[in-house]
Design a protein around this ligand. Structure first.
Ligand code: CU
Length: 119
């Protein structure tokens, strides 16, 4: 009985780890540099479980959200970041994700990017 409860706790811990809120170790940085420019770099490749830190290096607010049509399992989105703000996002599923900035027409002006998450 005791063994089972310990095992259960262990499984629970493993199951929760991807979204446990622990600070990811190393993130690739993607910068928001302006409403008419792609995210920098415009394409990033990472391993499943890897993360990206979005950094707003511009003068106005930006966010990064999966583009319309992204399958629900791969959808993500940052909050709207003020100049100088940053936010980390962990990607736990393999796939290709096109994403945009959802602020006032920025996507139409070219503020887009792509993330490739490898298995
Ligand atoms: Cu923007």
């Amino acid at each position: 009985m005791r063994v089972w409860s310990i095992l259960g706790l262990a499984l629970l811990a493993v199951g929760c780890s991807p979204n446990s809120g622990l600070e990811p170790r190393a993130c690739q940085v993607v910068q928001m540099v302006g409403p008419t420019q792609p995210f920098q770099p415009a394409q990033v490749t990472l391993r499943k479980g890897g993360c990206i830190e979005f950094v707003n290096a511009d003068q106005g607010p930006h966010d990064a959200v999966s583009a319309p049509g992204t399958s629900s399992a791969l959808q993500f989105g940052t909050r709207r970041l003020a100049p100088g703000e940053r936010q980390k996002v962990v990607f736990n599923l393999a796939g290709e994700i096109e994403y945009i900035c959802s602020v006032d027409g920025h996507a139409q002006l070219g503020m887009r990017g792509k993330i490739i998450v490898q298995p």
